[in-house]
Design a protein around this ligand. Structure first.
Ligand SMILES: [Zn+2]
Length: 154
């Protein structure tokens, strides 16, 4: 029995491995650029998806354009997506486990996007970022500290 941070996500995410893998890259990009947490509220669909992040101030249009650029740069590196199973204690040094439920199992599935991202996840991913396509930021809004952005893949 394996628990992960994706425990509350809908099945749709597992039917859209390209979208879901792009979400991993987007999360890491947001963490690096803004120092925020990975998205805890995501909605992954085949045509378009959305993710929420909590930021201290509204990002600029230039920053959001850079988010899109950075995600595409990572995709264009054709990074392999790899998974391994890891004891909880070992995983704790690698990934943020604060989102895990309290009754989490002692083994986690750790998913890496090349050397760019690592997180605990039970979802379905592509094998290489070359399968994702191009990441397109559709729009975003900022309300009371919550940045909600919508994206699609082309
Ligand atoms: Zn995943």
């Amino acid at each position: 029995m394996i628990d992960t941070t994706d425990i509350n996500k809908s099945n749709k995410e597992y039917q859209n491995p390209g979208m879901h893998t792009a979400e991993h890259i987007l999360n890491q990009t947001m963490v690096r650029m803004f120092g925020c947490q990975r998205s805890m509220n995501t909605h992954i669909e085949r045509k378009k998806s959305k993710c929420d992040y909590y930021l201290e101030q509204i990002p600029t249009a230039e920053q959001m354009a850079e988010v899109e650029n950075r995600v595409n740069e990572v995709i264009d590196r054709h990074l392999p997506i790899t998974t391994e199973f890891m004891p909880l204690q070992e995983a704790a040094e690698l990934v943020d486990l604060r989102k895990l439920p309290e009754d989490v199992s002692q083994t986690l599935r750790i998913v890496r996007v090349g050397d760019y991202d690592v997180c605990a996840c039970i979802g379905a991913h592509v094998y290489n970022t070359s399968e994702i396509g191009q990441f397109k930021l559709l729009n975003w809004d900022f309300q009371e500290g919550r940045l909600r952005l919508r994206f699609k893949l082309t």
